[in-house]
Design a binder for this molecule. Structure first.
Ligand code: ZN
Length: 178
């Protein structure tokens, strides 16, 4: 799988997890048992904290969606229709995909929900393998990202305006000399 763009935000204000340094983390997600590659950070689009799972838009061929559709009767998946995900390497359970869900879980439908307890991450920046449970995959709110982008854009615009003014002054000075 290719790495495109990904922003994984380290968890803050939580002493139980070890945040990995750096704003953006490039990583591959692996089966916790046999290390088969399941996905990568470019496909991660958040965390389903109620299910303790990483939400992935895409997974590798090593993630097998089991054909059996199950109905959750109790717990977090009550009234959901879901299939289990298993690892193609070792057949171990690696997560779930929800096909139908009550309103409060409807945003999770069709995502590959990789169970953090069964996944490890190889962090490219540090060349370290860490348990997915030690990382937060929460995405920054969209508005916060937009505000940051606007700030960067305005700063660049101000720099360009300043540069343009200086070039204008220099040209005027040269004309005077002639
Ligand atoms: Zn496996």
């Amino acid at each position: 799988m290719e790495f495109n763009e990904s922003v994984l935000v380290k968890r803050e204000h939580d002493d139980d997890v070890t945040p990995v340094e750096g704003k953006s983390q490039w990583m591959t997600l692996h089966c916790g048992q046999c290390n088969a590659v399941l996905s990568d950070s470019s496909c991660v689009c958040g965390e389903a904290s109620s299910l303790d799972a990483v939400m992935c838009l895409k997974v590798t061929d090593d993630v097998i969606v089991t054909d059996v559709k199950r109905m959750g009767h109790a717990g977090d998946l009550a009234n959901c229709i879901y299939s289990r995900l298993k690892c193609g390497g070792c057949s171990g359970a690696v997560g779930k995909v929800i096909h139908a869900a009550p309103f409060h879980l409807s945003a999770l439908r069709s995502f590959f929900l990789l169970s953090k307890a069964n996944v490890s991450c190889y962090v490219l920046n540090s060349s370290q393998t860490v348990k997915a449970s030690t990382l937060s995959f929460d995405q920054k709110p969209f508005r916060e990202n937009m505000a940051k982008t606007k700030e960067t854009f305005e700063s660049t615009l101000a720099q360009m305006a300043s540069l343009k003014a200086r070039i204008g002054e220099r040209n005027a000075f040269r004309k005077q000399k002639k």
